[in-house]
Design a protein around this ligand. Structure first.
Ligand code: DGY
Length: 324
């Protein structure tokens, strides 16, 4: 790769799985973060001096003003995530910094978490588990506590990309009927039997469950709001494994409090880790701390994909996952 040139210097802002760090160390001149200490944007700026590339994560924030202040040595930012709204890629482009992400390799893990949330929220996994831990076995009764069926129900998927399709496949196996809204219809082979809705609003009345699987963009920010939630049938269940910013928290919390939305399963939140504290107090929320891609196998594959993108770049090729 270096053809006699200096080995590129890469700064890794967060600790990555061991096998991936070994592969990084075998390829580049790397500075790791062995203590996995979170770095502020200012700390990253100071540390980035003299580095050719950065391997970052969705926990690091790179708005335009930070990108503009990056040292001139930095030519590529490889995020170990599929979501890339934490990087202002226009600002990066105008600084001639390439930006790459890690699609595909976390599809199954994230879809698994979507199903966990869907089932957990529907069947009250959170309250059932809490009862056991708190030694509160419910009094014998046929009518309380009760959850909702999943099989035979209609699932609406917002965003039919790779993860949306993997959610559809799993939900179909649970006997759900699939509806989806996407910028355009996907090939039938990718979502067999699913019904495409050209508008998000027209899909909502057909959804007993709604799974959010779209990217966070200016168009999707706050798309789940009072107006769109009102279009769901009363008692619908909302699941989000995409990004918290797609949901307007005030609206979802009000709908959960009124019972219009029976339950929500959420793995992602606006302003993580400082989620709206009202979610914690609601009995009808099943909550996880952004675990979508959190398996050793998946995180290793993500890190190795970021490494492949860096290798492509420093060998003079366009990285396969460049998004700017
Ligand atoms: C992703 O890769 O975008 C996951 O949500 C982790 O940030």
């Amino acid at each position: 790769m270096n053809n006699g040139e200096k080995t590129p210097k890469i700064l890794l802002t967060r600790k990555l799985p061991e096998a991936a760090e070994k592969a990084f160390a075998n390829t580049f001149d790397c500075t790791f973060n062995p203590a996995d200490k979170p770095m502020t944007s200012q700390e990253i700026l100071a540390a980035a001096e003299g580095f050719d590339g950065l391997a970052v994560t969705s926990m690091d924030k790179f708005p335009a003003e930070i990108i503009k202040a990056l040292p001139g040595s930095v030519r590529i930012m490889a995020t170990v995530s599929v979501g890339h709204e934490h990087i202002d890629h226009h600002a990066a482009r105008s600084r001639n910094i390439a930006t790459t992400n890690t699609p595909d390799v976390l599809t199954d893990a994230t879809a698994d978490i979507a199903l966990l949330l869907l089932l957990g929220a529907a069947r009250g996994a959170h309250w059932g588990e809490r009862m056991i831990r708190e030694n509160r076995w419910p009094p014998p009764s046929m009518v309380t506590p009760l959850g909702s069926d999943v099989s035979g129900q209609r699932l609406g998927i917002l965003g039919m990309g790779r993860i949306g399709q993997a959610v559809a496949k799993r939900a179909s196996a649970f006997g759900m009927t699939i509806h989806y809204h996407n910028r355009k219809a996907v090939d039938d082979s990718l979502a067999p039997g699913a019904t495409f809705h050209a508008s998000f609003e027209s899909m909502l009345p057909h959804c007993d469950f709604l799974s959010v699987n779209c990217a966070m963009t200016p168009e999707t920010k706050g798309l789940i709001n009072a107006r769109t939630l009102a279009l769901l049938p009363r008692g619908a269940i909302v699941v989000n494994t995409a990004r918290g910013g797609v949901v307007d928290d005030d609206s979802l919390i009000a709908a959960l409090q009124s019972g219009h939305i029976a339950a929500a399963g959420l793995d992602v939140f606006a302003n993580e880790p400082n989620l709206d504290p009202r979610y914690r107090t609601l009995e009808n929320t099943f909550l996880l701390p952004h675990l979508g891609s959190a398996t050793l196998n998946t995180r290793t594959k993500m890190a190795l994909k970021a490494l492949d993108n860096l290798k492509d770049f420093f060998s003079g090729k366009k990285p396969r996952d460049q998004f700017n």
